[in-house]
Design a protein around this ligand. Structure first.
Ligand code: ATP
Ligand code: MG
Length: 552
């Protein structure tokens, strides 16, 4: 047995092909349709295509499969390019299926001339009615046996704009009784008087996806055209067209799409979430899009690690979102500087610390590097988290309570002596005393305490808004949803809390990532202003979700 990681099934195929000399080198492509933003499923496909080419010394093209003028936009083209680069990949060539429209038209003419395509005047309903069912063969269209000349004339008239949308289509002449419905004379060209984001108004006929995709692969001499399992039934048509057109024999290989728990992964559904304002745009940090992940503070390294870990499956499966979060934590734990930020602040006054006095304490910026420190101010007025105080706690409580003692991280041990309340009985401040001999790093007090809490110096603290995110859906497998999937949106997927921060955090660049001690990893949001910095919680420190699931 070799020590090396075993090959995935596509690598096995490629190694076989290289060994037998079928190809000298390989070419893969990532072929998005520019009709939405990329999501984590696309990241899986991107990682696969680019790493295969890199591993076997080949190249990867970025090809926009832009054959549907109605849904496609330049905004999406730009975002797709940004996202691929952010993930860490650079394509060899940027191509567009629309660049091949003339060539694809020639291919269609070639099929007509070979007697393998015909113009059909039937409506789409009529075509559907004659299609048959998976168990019953279809019937020939009355237009199936038009002469080559008539087909040539009509197809050229289609191109010239002599017909209205839907009046005529071009169909491949294959087999109306094929057990594969897609082989029953599929439509390969349709009339659409629509503006295209690149070819503008030059064309009024557009190739169907199945006619454009494989032919584009072939034009680019793609050796391994990798797609997801739903394209398995399309493969015979893919092969048939290439064979009949006698063009470069690209081959299609299918792997399982990535599905993840508690989210949806189809551009159509994501677009619906955006349009219905369930989320605040494609890059709302709760979305599974690359743009959202970036804004939330996920790193490209972590996403690539995740794609590697899940491997390449041949059967559909559902990947636990927690695995992605595990990868994020792994990477951020090593790279994110530490900071103290107090959520839901509660004032704490140290009554035996001189009012005018302040001092500088040392705090580590990263773990395991005692050299890398910053100075943090300390005075008699601090902020701590409301949740770190409990008025009548049970025995297991190690944080602050009346009479109780805790250590303030990087500072002193304190004891809570008095709880200050407002007229409604809400706790609004704590009065404590500190033990001067208990300073961190130089503790001679001999006092042992179990709890350590973090804090921020009140006079220098800066206000911030912190956004805490949770799963977007309440249901693990969103494929199980019947009816409106929006009914399963987690109402607590976003909680906004007020915070007090160390002041330098107000100045860091948007997009910077930190570990806020005890609270998780956070990323500065693009909506930050000098007056109010905003931070998104990337991920909690531990997988609290698993725990809660068990509790629930
Ligand atoms: P969606 O269904 O989300 O709209 P799509 O398949 O229509 O996705 P495309 O832009 O056509 O989106 O996809 C580009 C490439 O990404 C295709 O090769 C497709 O197979 C792949 N891809 C899309 N979704 C996933 C997924 N969930 N897992 C793996 N690969 C995917
Ligand atoms: Mg698609």
């Amino acid at each position: 047995m070799s020590e090396e990681k075993s090959l995935n099934f596509i690598e096995e195929i490629i190694e076989e092909h290289l060994k037998e000399g079928r190809y000298k080198s390989i070419i893969t492509r990532f072929p998005p349709e520019p009709n939405g933003y990329l999501h984590i499923g696309h990241a899986k496909s991107i990682t696969l295509n680019f790493t295969l080419a890199r591993k076997y010394g080949g190249i990867t093209n970025l090809r926009f499969d832009d054959t549907n003028p109605v849904t496609e936009e330049t905004e999406y083209v730009d975002s797709i390019k940004d996202d691929i680069r952010w993930l860490g990949y650079e394509w060899a060539n940027e191509f567009y299926a629309s660049d091949y429209f003339e060539q694809l038209y020639e291919y269609a003419v070639d099929l007509i001339q070979k007697g393998l395509a015909y113009v059909d005047d039937s409506t789409s309903d009529e075509i559907a009615a004659l299609k048959g069912t998976p168990t019953e063969p279809g019937k020939d269209s009355p237009f199936r046996n038009r002469s080559v000349e008539e087909n040539m004339k009509m197809f050229s008239d289609m191109r010239a704009g002599k017909y209205k949308d839907g009046e005529k289509v071009l169909r491949a002449k294959i087999d109306m009784s094929s057990p594969n419905m897609l082989m029953r004379d599929p439509v390969i060209y349709r009339i659409k008087h629509a503006h295209h984001h690149r070819t503008k108004d030059h064309w009024v006929i557009y190739p169907m996806y199945d006619f454009a995709h494989g032919q584009s692969d072939s034009i680019e001499r793609i050796t391994h055209s990798i797609c997801t399992l739903e394209f398995v039934p399309h493969r015979p048509l893919y092969d048939w067209l290439i064979e009949k057109l006698e063009i470069f024999p690209s081959k299609q290989y299918e792997f399982a799409r990535l599905n993840m728990t508690y989210t949806v992964m189809s551009k159509r559904k994501l677009l619906q979430l955006v349009n219905d304002k369930v989320v605040d745009g494609w890059d709302d940090p709760r979305m599974p899009t690359i743009a959202a992940f970036r804004r939330r503070g996920y790193t490209p390294e972590a996403i690539r690690m995740f794609c590697e870990k899940i491997g390449v499956a041949r059967r559909d499966n559902l990947i636990d979102y927690s695995l992605l979060e595990f990868c994020i934590r792994e990477h951020l734990n090593e790279t994110a500087p530490r900071a103290m930020v107090v959520l839901n602040p509660l004032k704490l006054i140290i009554t035996n610390y001189e009012e005018q006095k302040s001092e500088w304490l040392k705090a580590e910026n990263v773990p395991n590097n005692p050299e890398d420190t910053r100075d943090i101010p300390f005075s008699n007025t601090l902020w701590i988290e409301h949740d770190d105080f409990m008025e009548s706690p049970d025995k297991k409580w190690h944080r602050l309570s009346p009479g109780g003692m805790v250590r303030l991280k990087h500072a002193y041990i304190i004891q809570c002596n008095e709880v200050v309340k407002d007229d409604n009985g809400n706790v609004i401040a704590l009065h404590c005393t500190y033990i001067p001999e208990s300073k961190s790093g130089n503790d001679t007090s001999g006092i042992q305490v179990k709890g350590v809490i973090h804090w921020v110096n009140a006079p220098t603290a800066v206000d911030a808004e912190v956004r805490l995110y949770d799963r977007l859906f309440t249901i693990e497998d969103t494929a199980d949803i019947e009816g409106d999937f929006k009914e399963y949106i987690n109402p607590d997927s976003l909680k906004v809390v007020q915070a007090k921060m160390e002041p330098w955090l107000a100045e860091v660049e948007n997009g910077s990532r930190f570990q806020f001690l005890r609270n998780g990893y956070f990323c500065k949001d693009k909506t930050s202003s000098p007056a109010l910095p905003v931070f998104n919680r990337t991920v909690t420190l531990k997988d609290t979700w698993q725990k809660e699931k068990k509790k629930g």
